[in-house]
Design a protein around this ligand. Structure first.
Ligand code: ZN
Length: 302
């Protein structure tokens, strides 16, 4: 780095290269978030690039399983609420198509439309992809990062991985993809929500949220080995099996629960907007700082 860029804050420098990379290793598609400078904070361009990569893996008959990874020290520090690449105001072609485009809408119409498409809609779309997905998690996996790991069927974590949903600090009852009671159990869900604290990979494993905890050096090999073994199973049988478990999880209330909580979530956003905590109703980095929570670029040091 030259002297002239030494004092440029990291979050004012654009991304380098593709925000999501795609490669096929044997019968496994490896989809990697690639904004390491921003701890893989998810902006819309990344969300749509992830969607395109997953779709490519689904359409390739030679791909049997998908590994979702994050480049750098952290899996994902959450949704992009403060980097130079934040693009919540940019229109993209809707893919989840659960609502209309949000960009030119006012007030709650904008928040609801955006979150229905980019957050809840996309996560549900990915959770129901017909091929098994394994999240490979190291470092921070916070808020929107947690949502991404939860839509995967299995989570392999390194022993230095840590998880958190701190958005109650913004006055909001958890992230949009409200899977907490189903993936953690109700008491653990309440603990991590009420405190906003980080929880370790080991605790997540004990609660049943994480499938394997391994040393950081073994993370890639463990995730790939699991994916390789799954990918050798009959493809149609795997797809039906995934659908079977997901249907049962829906019958256990996850889908209806998320729909009802989404209403509370948006009531909280509306409340924040009404009392004047920013134009996004508490969805920006300033509000997070005011509430003492980790902002995107700081999540690693939370
Ligand atoms: Zn929200």
């Amino acid at each position: 780095m030259t002297a002239s860029t030494d004092h440029v804050p990291a979050d004012s420098v654009p991304d380098e290269g593709e925000v999501v990379t795609y490669e096929v290793r044997g019968r496994v598609a490896v989809v990697t978030m690639n904004r390491p400078r921003f701890r893989n904070a998810q902006n819309s361009v990344m969300t749509y690039a992830l969607d395109a990569a997953f779709q490519r893996a689904v359409e390739d008959p030679d791909v049997g399983a998908i590994v979702l990874a994050g480049n750098g020290d952290h899996f994902s520090a959450g949704h992009d609420i403060g980097t130079v690449g934040r693009d919540h105001h940019v229109s993209y072609e809707n893919k989840a198509v659960m609502w209309w485009d949000h960009v030119d809408r006012p007030g709650g119409d904008q928040r609801f439309a955006r979150e229905m498409e980019v957050y809840l809609g996309m996560c549900r779309r990915w959770r129901d992809l017909p091929k098994p997905m394994i999240a490979m998690v190291q470092g921070a996996c916070i808020a929107g990062g947690l949502m991404l790991s939860w839509v995967c069927d299995l989570i392999v974590a390194s022993d230095d991985a840590f998880f958190a949903d701190p958005v109650v600090r913004m006055g909001i009852p958890g992230v949009e993809y409200f899977a907490h009671p189903w993936v953690l159990g109700t008491r653990a869900a309440k603990e991590i929500l009420y405190t906003g604290d980080r929880f370790s990979a080991q605790r997540a494993y004990e609660w049943g949220m994480v499938s394997r905890v391994v040393p950081r050096d073994d993370l890639g090999a463990t995730a790939m080995d699991l994916a390789d073994r799954i990918a050798t199973m009959p493809q149609f049988g795997l797809a039906l099996t995934k659908k079977a478990v997901n249907q049962c999880e829906d019958l256990m209330g996850i889908r209806a629960g998320m729909d009802s909580v989404f209403g509370l979530h948006h009531f909280a956003h509306a409340h924040n907007a009404e009392i004047g905590s920013g134009p996004l109703g508490g969805m920006d980095a300033t509000s997070m700082k005011q509430h003492g929570a980790a902002v995107t670029k700081k999540a690693g040091e939370q």
